[in-house]
Design a binder for this molecule. Sequence first.
Ligand code: GLC
Length: 427
Amino acid sequence: MKIMTKPEYERWTASTRDERMKWWREAKFGMFVHYGLYAMIGRNEWAQVDENIPPEEYAKLADDFPYKKGMAEEWVKLAKASGMKYIVLTTRHHDGFSLWDSKVNPFNSVNYGPKVDIVKEFTDACRKHGMRIGLYNSLMDWHNPDAFDCMSEKAAYDRFIEYTYELNRELMTNYGKIDILWYDGSNPLCSAAGWDSLRRNQMIRKLQPEIIINNRSCLDEDYGTPEAHITPMERDWEACMTFNGISWGYVNSEYAASYSYTPSRILTMLNTCVECGGNLLLNIGPKPDGSIPEEVVEPLTKVGAWLSENGESVYSLPRVEGRIGGNGVTYETQNGNNIYLWNRIWCGEPEIGVGGYVVPPEKITLLATGEELEFEALEHRLIIKNLPKDCPDKHAGVAVFKLEFKDKPQYIYASRYPQLHGGEKIL
Ligand code: GLC
């Protein structure tokens, strides 16, 4: 296979990106699943290194890895019920344990523990439930001595690079169409040249012509991956967040529950992503046997119920350009002439004010029910009237007002106080 140079490859990936990314840009919300031997320790997926557990001792966990057949389908069903459109599974985290029948890595879930090809179960379940498939694969490997010796020995380096190439080739060959390859952990080689990423990624794209690749193989590829924070980027981006702000891998459900995100907190994160042109990849860390931790089920299914009524304010929306009017308790998304105001705290008043539109909308409705709401348009100020005392959204306490304008809405920031806000007057 002829390998393109970096500039050639980047030109080619840029010219084909829009087509490849279409579904992903519409999807907005995905599930990250961190599952592996570290679930048995229950103190973060970095336990091996953080607690300095010798590799031989850590590897013994594999003998008793208690994955229960069928659990992968449970993850997929939960993602579906949560309104998520894709799932990314850690097929092999930094500990080097493969969740598939690897021929190059005998340290895997078919040779040890459950003797199950979990990646096969997972990809089958995704297809069964119409879920897009993402495979996470670490570059770094704490189990393979070559991953350390590669820094000082040429033979170890060559072996390790071929090993990395083959692991990815297996994943891209044996499980049908894969939608996303989610790389992670570029230590210790830390550069595209060091990891030979150009050659490997071109092989991957040849095997999976529509695949989307993230930016963690030291090439920019298709999208950026802000981690544990939601920081918009100019390019396509996806924020990955844990469910408790603490660990990607499983931690005891009873103790983790109080740190878990509530439905409204999840919607706040999702709103920022949609408004700023990104996706949200929200993580769950299944228990040692693969079952779903209790604390994630209720918040996620409530978000799913909310999305089934309010999805129009999320899926397929473009990044918001410029500012949008609202008030101190709303967040906004936009689709052309329609503005969606996500009212995140219901203040219990019969009226709420919304500032800043130069021309009032033609209609305001409650998105979930389509109920038309009465409103009054004062100068650059809308008063929505006759609101009930209790928030009409029972899933997350986030009611969405849909404002439909005749033309593209124009926004003016505090028209009465231009001196306070730099005088952004439109009229
Ligand atoms: C970090 C961590 C890893 C986690 C990942 C998710 O790179 O090393 O444990 O899987 O972030 O983005």
